[in-house]
Design a protein around this ligand. Sequence first.
Ligand code: ATP
Ligand code: MG
Length: 445
Amino acid sequence: MEIPESVKKIIRTLESSGCSAYAVGGCVRDKMMGIEPHDWDLCTSALPEQVLSALGSHNVIESGLKHGTVTVKVDGQLYEITTFRTDGEYLDNRRPESVTFVTSVEDDLSRRDFTINAMAYNPKDGLIDLFGGMDDISSKTIRCVGDAEKRFEEDALRILRALRFSSRLGFEIEPGTLEAAKKKAYLLKNISAERIASELLMILDGEYAPRVLIDQTEILSVILPEIKAMIGFLQYNPHHIYDVWQHTVKVVEYSPHGKVYRLAALMHDIGKPDCFTRDEKGIGHFHGHPELSAEMAVKIMKRLKLDNNTISEVREIILYHDRRPPADKKGVRKFISGVGKDRYLSILRLKRADAKAQNPAMLEDKLHYIDELERICEELTENGEEFSLRTLKINGKDLISIGISEGRQIGTVLHYLLDLVVEGTVENDHEVLMQEAKKYAATHN
Ligand code: ATP
Ligand code: MG
């Protein structure tokens, strides 16, 4: 196994002070799968103080010293070096009451979550694989180290970690491990929102997310009970050939990577079941579903303690995902003036994914329409005709100078003028807009 020079250097340094050290966990797994690791973690028999003194010449950050972790900077790269440890008793399904430093790598490997994550390597001893990690890589299997139920009871977050690795690597969860995961999934209630959110985002972003979303609804609905109503919910509508959940999963599949798109895709139709009606011909409709979905999504994202920027971007994409402006300059100008150009383009990307997840018979027309919306936006940008309050040739100060001084009214008048420009009724010209503002003021006293 080829490992970076700086990792070798750290291992050699620790060894020369009489300790053992290995690359461990995700980097070994990735390397054995032929994937370039995004970082290299090490484990060692050296106690944190020994690591500090052995690596004294290097740049050391005493980050998680309590838990035995020292971060060093070698050749500009950060490496986490963790002392071999076993975990004490788990009382809260989250973290051990204490950790005990130990001297054997075997003990350290046995506390790790899955066999594929519980391998260590160094040039001297080669690969240390005590739990069949290599076999599980070959058969693409995620399997707990030791008794699965016990491992999930200790730390319920591991249940979502199993889904994360399944989504990223395309591995199946071994039946016994999966059964235990389902049985213990209720313990996720004890896990903090932040840790759940971070796993969920990784699950959504994985290459194999669609399969996990379809196969693991039982576990996912523990953290997102709102999805239950979507599963198997038939749409009775010619635009659709899938139920709401199958459709949703396909939108996730077709949407770009990144948390905003993936969250928006996951929740864009989450309000549909509650908006369902059927007309006299038996056709299903979901009036008001973008509004309800946006509202539900905000609630869920707040519950998951996601940041406000993410919440507001996702909300807006969901809210406007079903808006269909006329594919002409006026229609597009209006849309952009409301949400801004960046958000408009994000909305189109979700629309594209949404269209691909609907009835293929109508796909070509829908994509053509979205292409047009995109092309017109480009044209507006090139011609400087993409209007927003920012590009309007009049501002609040101008209005104050003609006696419109109350804050709220300034806003109203600016939006009124923006609408006139967007509609093409008046030109975006300072003098013209001043005249219009005066007219408005005169008629609204
Ligand atoms: P990634 O490529 O996503 O970083 P990773 O395997 O490195 O994957 P991390 O979350 O960075 O995952 O954890 C590093 C290693 O620490 C894991 O490979 C595993 O051996 C161990 N580990 C992490 N979290 C847990 C946990 N909750 N329970 C048991 N072992 C864990
Ligand atoms: Mg890692």
